[in-house]
Design a protein around this ligand. Sequence first.
Ligand code: DGT
Ligand code: CA
Ligand code: CA
Ligand code: ZN
Length: 504
Amino acid sequence: TGKSTVFEQLQQEIPKGLILLLQVPGLGGKTIARLYNELGIENVDALKEACLKGMVRNLKGFGAKKEEKILEVIENMSGGMSRFPIAMVLPIARYIEEELAKMPGATSFSRAGSLRRVNETVKDLDFIIATTNRNEVRQAIMNMKNIKTVTNQGETKISCIFSFDIDIPVDFRIVEPEEFATCLHHFTGSKEHNVRMRQMAKERNEKISEYGVENLENGNRVTFSSEEEFFQHFNLPFIPPELREDGEEVNRIQELGSLISLSNIKGDLHMHTNWSDGRGTLEEMVESARKKGYEYIAITDHSQNLKVARGLTEEQILKQREIIREINEKYDDITVLAGIELDILADGSLDFEDDVLKELDIVIASIHSGFNQDMEKMMERLSKAIHNPYVHMIAHPTGRKIGIREGYQVDIERLIEMAKETGTILELNANPNRLDLKRDHLVLAEKFGVPIAINTDSHHPDQLDNMEIGVAYARKAWLKKETVVNTWPLSELKSWLQHKRKGI
Ligand code: DGT
Ligand code: CA
Ligand code: CA
Ligand code: ZN
């Protein structure tokens, strides 16, 4: 029904600030519950105050050292809870975009700022709106339901706080249609990118402002109908927003080969069904993939060890493989690979016997438990999994969740080397909570020649849409199309998968 009374009741009971405390690195649900129950701490500010007063150290099992550590972490977060993880703000951004789409006065609009650049965390949301009727749009924005307070208002700007599960600052810029492209470019940033562009303009005796490009010799101002045109004016190809970071991209874009894009994606190699902890049936997942026009997908439910995810036994996976065969008979426009997401156990052994694995088209292995092991132990586990000839891919290789946990101890260079040696694929998990491998790791993996799969790890048919954010994030690492295995034709992918097994 889209509603749950249990959920609503829980929302009533739990202060909103408490959920945000999960973002403090090192604080888990259990600790937060104790801080709340025993000290009444409901948010980051209250936690900081309690630490400063020495109240946290008196809790059983905490002590002065832990208190100091918490305080240090909070202070490092620069002014408390100032940045929001991307997964938290995406649904809010989509809601605002739906509202803007309904506004009669708004001729066009776009997200801008760090969200448009697909940063892992954002300080606020930025939107640019083009209109010939500013007053109408301003009024419509002020009437939006979730606005809690307006913090700043001018002719072309409204800054406000939106209140959803969290309070989040949002900036709107309202400009004339001809100013839209330059304004969008300006407020997309990054600041460093803008500095580099302005420097470039200056060398040509021009000046970039939010509203256009001014010729400093004759004072004429030109505007553009698109960002493409704006870049063209400076003899540059379009620089995708995800690449606009330290300014170097302005030089590098010229040498750019085949940057990965969404239209290159031919399939999705990691998803779950209601056989384990997914919410869609096998058929629903296949239908959702066909709607995307995919050539292939892999069904990769969890294996038995993962009890919380209702992991499948060896018998169940073999039965599922039979049903997948029938589905493949039915459709001639998509191929469904029978796969598994194997749990890498605490001692590095795998959840299934090799004679079961060899029956499957694709085998993913990943870590879901024993996160606290030291790096040596962790690498032993990963090494055992990678060296198994039946394991094709390591999913969410570092286990991080943005703003929630850092993940386990991985020697990433060693992992990438092992992947290269064994022909194992590493994943870029496209779930916006994860984005794992992260950018620097992706850059390194590509440099080593390790193939990457961009996978949604969907647990619902709608989550296949996360491919878009995954690909955008991959662009931040400048990943090439060829590096990404799910851009390859099925035949090529299949021979890669067989290649590792033949090496036995
Ligand atoms: P954040 O911190 O996640 O909100 O990151 P941004 O990039 O969204 O930062 P924000 O919202 O303060 O400003 C949006 C963009 O506006 C920024 O990326 C570049 C542009 N901008 C803002 N202030 C300045 C500035 O002082 N100089 C230049 N060149 N650009 C600026
Ligand atoms: Ca921003
Ligand atoms: Ca802003
Ligand atoms: Zn998964």
